[in-house]
Design a protein around this ligand. Structure first.
Ligand SMILES: O=CC(=O)O
Length: 170
């Protein structure tokens, strides 16, 4: 279902009407980023509970249409502005350390670009020996294999005061 704003009353009425005629009907709902959620009148707690609440009304397929677009736009925009001012520190602080601290797989993104696949492909056609492997010893991805801590890093204050887990330079 599409509504004009996120509204539990409207969801309830639709669900009750639908289920009075088709009791087994499974419902879907667009958790739309087009809504101004802050203008909906819901408290933060009500927003947090919105999904499970309407799930109980039978909305078993709930989707956020362009949540990824908005999150990408936000980080790209805020990072680009910071990068213009603080250069690589902005990248390291906002992106690389956050990827590491949150276990985000793109931290070492080479495999996402198909480098392992391409290396195996090269080895196959070169009879098992590829002198130009993208993922061989000494490549940039090796820099993400070891960790150490160092003091004095700005902007991160997680478990160890001012110490930050950083990756070794090889
Ligand atoms: O554009 C998408 C939406 O409004 O849900």
């Amino acid at each position: 279902m599409e509504t004009g704003s996120p509204n539990v009353v409207e969801c309830t009425q639709f669900s009750e009407g639908m289920r009075s005629k088709y009791p087994q009907m499974l419902l879907g709902y667009n958790l739309s980023p087009s809504f101004n959620w802050d203008a909906s009148g819901m408290s933060d707690i009500e927003m947090r509970d919105f999904i499970p609440k309407i799930a109980q009304l039978g909305y078993v397929w709930q989707f956020i249409t362009v949540g990824g677009l908005h999150s990408n736009a936000l980080i790209t925009s805020t990072f680009a502005r910071d990068f213009a001012n603080r250069g690589m520190l902005a990248y390291v602080e906002r992106i690389q350390r956050e990827e590491r601290n949150n276990g985000v797989d793109t931290l070492a993104h080479q495999k996402w670009a198909g480098a392992n696949y391409y290396d195996r492909y090269l080895k196959t056609i070169q009879g098992g020996v590829a002198s130009t492997a993208a993922m061989g010893k000494g490549v940039t991805e090796d820099q993400f294999k070891e960790t150490w801590t160092r003091p004095g890093t700005v902007g991160i204050d997680r478990d160890n005061g001012s110490m930050v887990v950083a990756k070794a330079r090889m």
